[in-house]
Design a protein around this ligand. Structure first.
Ligand code: KIV
Length: 266
């Protein structure tokens, strides 16, 4: 399918029981290849703070940086839906600045934004964004921007009561206009229950196979980021090894005089 993916495409996929894929991207050429591969949604995740910029947590990245990466990724994508993750503090202080910051990402080339968490205030933000014409992906369960209040990287929704609470939040996000919801680090049975009880697609980030879609950080999938790999990520390649091999060969060729050759000079 070469038609540009939009929010309705994803809702229709859920209705017909077809899964879709989501991968993060942070630069032009990677985004281009991910799009070419047929991945349906490209997410400029704030995980880029850690995997691309080497920061300690996602708290360290701001709107201006996210905008630069959004521009690069959006230029590389022609088919997939491009979603920018709104960074910490970019939508939390007041509605006008939330709308402005999210609008900046649309101007930079995103087709929508992702925001974490749930509260009366967040529901109002979602409503106002949707009224402004900005599609919103929600994010529940483990929400990295709440790392300090959650007390660490902890699985969420482990009991029936906690699952009902996430379902309540998901239903309210849906009513506020969100077009999909990421469920992060939620037991698969809880994610199944939530997925079956809302009409918009759920996107699993370590929430098992019953969700309507799966998202992973591309650096984990490509085997590029080696500081930490979550249990739920699957490594499909070893880019770290490939980069090491190429860089070592180049280094040796330069030092031994094998590079450049006659064909590589003017
Ligand atoms: O920041 C990110 O990359 C994310 C996804 C993995 C869901 O939020």
């Amino acid at each position: 399918m070469n038609k540009k993916v939009n929010v309705n495409t994803l809702k229709n996929l859920k209705n017909s029981g077809e899964k879709f894929s989501v991968l993060t991207a942070y630069d032009y050429s990677t985004a281009k290849y991910i799009d070419e591969a047929g991945v349906d949604v490209v997410l400029i995740g704030d995980s880029l703070a850690m995997v691309a910029l080497g920061y300690e947590t996602t708290h360290n990245i701001g709107v201006e940086e996210m905008k630069i990466f959004t521009k690069a990724v959006a230029k590389g994508v022609s088919r997939a839906l491009v979603i920018t993750d709104m960074p910490f503090l970019s939508y939390h202080t007041d509605i006008p600045s939330a709308v402005k910051n999210c609008g900046e990402m649309i101007r930079a080339g995103a087709n929508g934004v992702k925001i974490e968490g749930w509260s009366d205030y967040i529901l109002e933000v979602v409503k106002r964004l949707v009224e402004t014409g900005i599609p919103v992906m929600g994010h529940l369960g483990f929400t990295p921007q709440f790392l300090n209040t959650l007390g660490g990287y902890k699985i969420q929704g482990k009991t029936q009561e906690a699952t009902e609470e996430i379902l309540k939040q998901a239903k309210q996000l849906e009513a506020a206009g969100a077009f999909s919801i990421v469920l992060e680090m939620v037991p698969q049975e809880s994610a199944k229950y939530i997925t079956e009880n809302i009409s918009i697609p759920t996107i699993s980030c370590g929430a098992g196979g019953y969700c309507d879609a799966q998202v992973l950080v591309s650096d984990d999938v490509f085997g590029k980021y080696s500081d930490f790999t979550p249990k739920f990520a699957r490594k499909y390649g070893d880019m770290r090894a490939l980069i090491l091999e190429c860089a070592k060969k180049f280094d040796q060729d330069v030092k031994s005089g094998k590079f450049p050759s006659e064909n590589e000079v003017f």
